[in-house]
Design a binder for this molecule. Structure first.
Ligand code: CO
Length: 188
């Protein structure tokens, strides 16, 4: 499947609002291939040469509905620093991931979020849980995993899992008060 900025479904296409369905496990070859291609997109999208050459828009994650496929599949590559300030890369190729618990503490990206399916920027805070526990099957490790995510990774996972419900990041922005003061929030 050709995945680039022209083929990715945008928010003017009603399919982006549809719900994605769980996939059968063990994964079919077709679903594995799709996940690998989604991962490859995210991987290549942050390489300046490849993104220019293949018309890729930089991303940290992509979900299958953004390719018009209503399956609960998502690929994520997040670079962050751990608690000792060492660089760390989190990468997943997930099938049927679900949030099993969320923190009361909130978090948001100070600069707002973006999305491959949204051409125009929508400014404002997208307030999410600061920590989430996500369970699902991961093709990279070929196992059922539990991700204890905090901060940026937690935001990215919540953004991608929203796509399974047809929710876009700007749905969370309060238009009347796009940058509210959130008490005790983790600002990223
Ligand atoms: Co998105």
């Amino acid at each position: 499947m050709l995945i680039n900025n022209d083929t990715i479904v945008k928010d003017n296409d009603p399919i982006i609002r549809e719900k994605s369905l769980p996939v059968a496990l063990p994964l079919s070859e077709e679903d594995k291939q799709l996940l690998r291609e989604m991962y490859q997109y995210v991987h290549d999208s942050t390489d300046p040469e490849l993104s220019e050459k293949y018309n890729l828009r930089p991303a940290v994650g992509i979900s299958a509905i953004q390719l018009g496929i209503k399956k609960q599949l998502t690929a994520v590559i997040v670079h962050d620093v751990d608690k000792d300030k060492n660089d760390i890369t989190y990468e997943y190729m997930l099938a049927n991931p679900r949030i099993v618990s969320s923190s009361v503490q909130r978090a948001y990206l100070e600069g707002g979020e973006g999305c491959l399916s949204v051409k125009e920027d929508h400014s404002g805070y997208v307030v999410r849980a600061a920590r989430v526990k996500v369970k699902g099957y991961d093709l990279i490790t070929d196992s059922e995993i539990t991700i204890r995510a905090r901060g940026y990774l937690a935001i990215v996972l919540q953004h991608e899992l929203d796509h399974f419900s047809g929710i876009l990041y700007y749905d969370h922005i309060d238009k009347d008060n796009p940058t509210p003061e959130i008490k005790d929030a983790l600002v990223i």
